[in-house]
Every structure is written in C-alpha cells, then in structure tokens.
Design a protein around this ligand. Structure first.
Ligand code: PDD
Length: 280
C-alpha cells in the first residue's frame, strides 16, 4: 500500500517517498516557517487569514510568499478529503544551500511542503484540562510562526511531565500564550486575552473568538494579564486551530473557580461550533 500523497516542491508524491536534502536549511537551522489550517469537510477555515499570516511570517524571516492565494488553494484542494475534518500543515524553508553557513545564501530556491491529516477529536474539550504556568523562555519574535519550535516543545513537555495538557507562559509577570495556543481568561466577568504583539502568535482562533464576542455582546478586552490576575480568573481557556477552545479547570494544581467548565466557555463554544457549521 502506498502512503497518502503530500505536496513537495511542485509535485504530489507518496509521503514515504517524499525526500529533502540533508543540506536543507530547515533541517540544519530550523530556517523556515509554517502554517496549520483547519479544513472542516472540505472547507478551509479562515483560509485568507492563514495565508496572510504565512506571508507575514515569511516577511519576518526575509522571504516572499512563493505562491498566490489561488495557487495555495489549488495545492491544498488536491490534498483534502472532503468527508473528514482535517488540517493542512504547510512548511516553507529557505531551501538547500551548498554549504552550512549562517548567513542567507544568494539565489536559493525555497523548499515547499504541504500535507493534510485528520484532526483527532481532543479529549479535554468537554471536560476541561489541567495546565501549568512556566517562565516563557522564548525569543522576541513569537509573532513569526517559525518551524524552530524547541522552546515551545520543552514547555509543552514540562506540562506533559506534570500530567497537564498545556503550559501557560509568563514573561515579566504577564501571560503571553500557551506552548502551542493562545490564552483567554474571564476576569471580573470580562473575557480578556493578551494583546497582539511580538510576544505572541496572532492566533486565527483567537481572532475568531474576539469577532464572535463582538457579535454576541460578550464583554471582552485585549490587555496584559498578570500572573496574579490569572490565578483569580473564574475561567481560563487555551485556543488553537487543532484543539479549538479548551477550558482549563486546574492551574498549577489549584482548581480554576469551582474546577468545572465555565458558563462563558459553554456559551462561546456553542457559538463557535455554530459558526463553523454556518461556513460549510
Ligand atoms: N499552533 N500560539 C502558538 C505558539 C501556537 O503554536 C498556536 C497554534 C497558537 C494558536 O494559533 P491558531 O489559533 O492560529 O492555531 C498560538 C499550531 C496549531 C501548531 O503549531 O500545531
């Protein structure tokens, strides 16, 4: 049986036959960026926003988007199974250089890879999950969706080692984001999320939640959240394209409010699921 096709540099090849050079700068340096785009029953969720973020990430590492939105759409459509809930993973590295040199080589061709996988339903969606806080050890360009994810991986593993689903990162006393998610908290009845700047990845799920909060008159704001405030929040959520909106019911071993999934989450998740459906 041949493995499913992936897209690599202009060709569709079975995944187990797709090969890149050991001199690829993505392999040697983590010199590249990526996107994760949910695709519900063939519908690419907020597709243009993901392409715009990809272009911004590329610009952040001094690269150009190699394709137009239409070209990306054509590639992704070839990989998608419309009967499933899936996500596209797309990665662009600076490409293969003749030698390992930190400086960018001239006239280099990017390596472009895309694959589509099913979204595994996330067990903690209905029941909530446990999280830890951790000192954010990452660099100054967290707005770039870089493939160099070692700091994120170490943080996620810290959480997993504690029997938790996510690490909520704290920089200079304020919440930034999760190891692979954005953070929301309900504080004094207001849904709060950190500001969009270079301390966080501008999550597409985060933007959609804020748009839905406006539309449904849910009090909300974007501002710094101190660690002290986070510990008094009545609800905490972590959000991402593949896990959607996950309620956190225990933080650093202490129950969040009564330790149960909150009412604001319940409302927002219902609105979010209905919104997803409305796009199909
Ligand atoms: N990560 N912040 C970080 C550091 C992330 O890695 C992610 C998502 C998010 C949420 O962004 P969005 O809502 O656009 O998915 C925030 C993806 C899912 C991943 O790396 O697999």
């Amino acid at each position: 049986m041949t493995s499913k096709p992936v897209y690599l540099n202009g060709q569709y090849v079975p995944q187990d036959e797709a090969k890149i050079s050991v001199m690829d700068r993505g392999f040697l340096f983590g010199d590249g960026v990526y996107e994760v785009i949910p695709c519900y029953l063939g519908h690419l969720f907020h597709f243009q926003a993901h392409i715009d973020r990809l272009t911004a990430s590329l610009a952040g590492i001094r690269m150009e988007n190699p394709y137009t939105t239409e070209q990306w759409l054509e590639i992704f459509k070839s990989l998608i199974d419309e009967r499933e809930n899936q996500y596209i993973y797309v990665q662009i590295t600076r490409g293969v250089a003749p030698k390992r040199d930190h400086a960018f080589p001239e006239n280099i061709t990017p390596t472009i890879f895309a694959v589509c996988n099913n979204i595994a339903p996330f067990a903690g969606l209905e029941t909530g999950v446990k999280a830890i806080t951790a000192d954010d050890s990452r660099w100054k360009f967290c707005n770039i969706k870089a493939i160099a994810l070692l700091a994120h991986l170490l943080h996620r593993q810290e959480a997993v080692d504690e029997g938790c689903a996510e690490a909520i990162l704290i920089k200079n006393g304020v919440v930034t984001e999760g190891a692979a998610s954005n953070v929301f908290a309900v504080i004094d009845g207001v849904l709060v999320t950190p500001l969009k700047d270079n301390r966080i990845l501008a999550g597409i799920t985060r933007d959609v939640i804020l748009e839905l909060a406006v539309k449904h008159n849910i009090p909300h704001c974007e501002r710094d959240i101190s660690l002290a405030e986070l510990t008094t929040a009545t609800e905490i959520w972590v959000t991402s394209s593949t896990r959607e909106i996950i309620p956190v019911v225990e933080l650093d071993g202490v129950a969040v409010a009564d330790g149960k999934v909150g009412a604001v989450w319940d409302t927002m998740n219902t609105i979010f699921q209905a919104y997803k459906q409305s796009l199909l």
